[in-house]
Every structure is written in structure tokens, then in C-alpha cells.
Design a protein around this ligand. Structure first.
Ligand SMILES: Cc1cc2nc3c(=O)[nH]c(=O)nc-3n(C[C@H](O)[C@H](O)[C@H](O)COP(=O)(O)O)c2cc1C
Length: 325
């Protein structure tokens, strides 16, 4: 399993620097992504905000846009910022993204995507990957995806992350587009088998260790999003059961380490909300879950001393009994 990678999926509003720091405490083996950023935003934001922090290794930046030249401009900046890879978002179905003519709708314009890859390749030496879907609409053939791969591999993209369902661009919200239409893992296998020299990663609906075991060896690796966000301790399980890492931390140990990280932001005007909002699910599916959420909520609401997070006492048996009365 050593050469098989598991990526944390890029998630807007979630995979920010604080969440990535939290994830890195839970897992030393997982590969990380930024949130999607459009080329326009990247070119206009403070570049310092996008410099990779010390210790943030194995980090891919995900770009979105439809202007090949702008991809090139971004790439030449990104090269010096410490990222390991540049990923193009050719899978987002949101109406805003469609209006901007980027994301999944670019599956209909593979020549444009190929030009974007070309411009990135001209501007930097970082590896390039594409995250995309099996196709568009309800048609279950792979023609669009095959064309996209054939056109982009020529210019140096050798790695594809496939969300194993089509994108529906009219009428379905991004949320529904992560459940509908059905997943088709077998079709991702077909694609992988058709391009032996390229890397393929399966994404979509991977929920437990048995699913990881069942699929990881069929591909170069997997990408997982919601299951990890909804249950961070799933990362602990991945470390132990997939990567044979026996040095994982308890929840209290994780909080202690995260506090150390959070304290380094104390003088930087970063709110407790931004620092703590990704920790709500730490006690997911345990008897302490409700108590933890309330405890964390209080610290955020009152902007109390952030050091309090390590004072949390997990539910006792007596408390559990009381809760059922
Ligand atoms: C809140 C949220 C935000 C997302 N933002 C992005 C994004 O910025 N870029 C992207 O390529 N996919 C994005 N996705 C899709 C995920 O990367 C992933 O493809 C999808 O959730 C399916 O994987 P999963 O079933 O393991 O969650 C987002 C998903 C969620 C839930």
C-alpha cells in the first residue's frame, strides 16, 4: 500500500489552512488540497496568503478558470510558493461556475483545457493534474472524458482524479450533484485500463476502510472528502489500518497539539471561529458528541480563551444515563 496515495478532497469553505493543520495532526500520510481558487482571485489576492507554511508538505493547489494565459500567470507564481502540484478543477457543477465558463462545463471544451495545461507547463515545472467527472448530463458514455484525457495528456497532464459520476449542469445544486447521478466505479476502472501510462485516482462516496481496501489497488490511489470532514477520526483509522501507523493520537492528544498550532495565531487577529470551526465533528458518533459541540460553541460565541479546548471532559457513564432519563 506504500505507493498508494489517499488525498483529502478539495472543499470550498473547508480545506483552508486551519483545517489542513488539523488534518495533518491526525494523519501524516494523507495528501492535501487547498480549496478551489479562481485564477482571477489568485492573481488579485495577497500572494503571501498563499505561501505554503512550514510543515505543510504534500499540498496541491486547485485552480479554476477558463483563460489559459491566466493559468500560466498563476503557475509562474505558484512555482515559488512551495506547492507540490497544480490541479485544474474541471468538475465543479455550480451555476456560478458554469456562468464563469469553468469547472465541469469545460468538459465540453477539451481544446481550451489542453491550452490551459500547455500554459501551465510553459510557466512552471510542477506536476499538473485534472479533477473531473465521468461525463455531463444523464448520458452514460465516456466520450467526453476520453477526449479530455487524450487532448490534455499530450501537453503534459499525466494524472486524473475522477469523481465517479456525471455532472448535471442544469437544475441540480452542487450538493445534489454529489449524490445524483449514481456512482459508476466500474467506468473509472475502464478509463484507467484504457490509459496505462497515466495515473488515475477514484473519488466519490468512499465511506469506510473496507471500501478503501476494495478499491485502492485498482487505482493509483483514492480521494475522500465528506467522510473525513464529517468524522475526522476516520483519518486515525486510515493511518492505523491502511498505513500501519501505530502512533496515532487520542482526541485529547489531538486537541493539545491543535491548541499549540492555534496559539501561534493569537497575535494575528484570527477569530476563535476561524480557528475552531472545523473541530465540531471530533467526537462524531460518540456519547460526548453533543457535549463537545456545545462546549466548543460556547468558546467560539464568547470568544473565550482558546486554551479552554484542552479542558474538555469526555462524557462519563453517569452523564450518559442522565441523558436518557
Ligand atoms: C463543501 C464541499 C465543497 C467542495 N468544494 C470543492 C472544490 O473546491 N473543488 C472540487 O474540485 N470539488 C469540491 N467538492 C467536491 C469534492 O472534492 C468531492 O469531489 C466530492 O465531495 C465527492 O467526494 P466524497 O464523496 O468523498 O465527498 C466539494 C465538496 C463539498 C462537500
Amino acid at each position: 500500500m506504500d505507493n498508494k496515495r489517499i488525498y483529502l478532497a478539495p472543499m470550498v469553505g473547508r480545506t483552508d489552512e486551519h483545517y489542513r493543520a488539523f488534518v495533518r495532526i491526525l494523519s501524516k500520510n494523507i495528501y492535501l488540497y487547498t480549496e478551489m481558487i479562481t485564477c482571477d482571485s489568485f492573481l488579485h489576492t495577497n500572494r503571501k496568503d498563499y505561501v505554503v507554511k512550514e510543515g505543510e508538505k504534500n499540498l496541491t493547489i486547485q485552480l479554476a478558470g477558463s483563460d489559459p494565459k491566466k493559468y500560466g500567470q498563476c503557475a509562474s507564481i505558484i512555482e515559488d510558493q512551495g506547492y507540490d502540484e497544480i490541479n485544474l478543477n474541471i468538475g465543479c457543477p455550480s451555476s456560478k461556475v458554469v456562468r464563469g465558463e469553468f469547472g465541469a462545463c469545460l468538459m465540453n471544451n477539451p481544446d481550451k483545457v489542453a491550452e490551459c495545461v500547455y500554459e501551465i507547463k510553459q510557466s512552471c515545472d510542477l506536476p499538473i493534474s485534472i479533477k473531473t467527472r465521468l461525463g455531463l448530463g444523464y448520458e452514460e458514455n465516456l466520450d467526453l472524458l476520453f477526449t479530455l484525457i487524450n487532448k490534455t495528456k499530450v501537453f503534459g497532464c499525466s494524472k486524473y482524479i475522477i469523481h465517479a459520476r456525471n455532472a448535471i449542469l442544469n437544475g441540480l445544486s452542487p450538493k445534489k450533484n454529489r449524490k445524483i447521478p449514481l456512482l459508476r466505479y466500474a467506468d473509472v476502472t475502464t478509463v484507467k485500463d484504457s490509459f496505462p501510462g497515466l495515473e488515475f485516482y477514484l473519488n466519490g462516496g468512499v465511506e469506510d476502510i473496507s471500501e478503501i481496501r476494495k478499491n485502492i489497488n485498482k487505482f493509483d490511489g483514492l480521494m475522500i472528502g465528506r467522510r473525513i470532514y464529517d468524522n475526522p477520526m476516520f483519518l486515525n483509522q486510515i493511518e492505523k489500518e491502511i498505513y500501519n501507523n501505530n502512533e496515532t493520537l487520542s482526541r485529547q492528544g489531538i486537541l493539545k497539539k491543535y491548541l499549540k498550532y492555534a496559539l501561534s495565531f493569537q497575535n494575528k487577529n484570527t477569530s476563535n471561529y476561524l480557528l475552531l470551526r472545523h473541530l465540531f465533528s471530533l467526537y462524531y458518533n460518540t456519547s460526548s458528541s453533543k457535549k463537545w459541540k456545545k462546549f466548543l460553541h460556547d468558546i467560539i460565541q464568547s470568544d473565550k480563551d482558546i486554551e479552554l479546548i484542552t479542558n474538555f471532559e469526555e462524557s462519563t457513564y453517569d452523564e450518559e444515563i442522565k441523558a436518557y432519563r
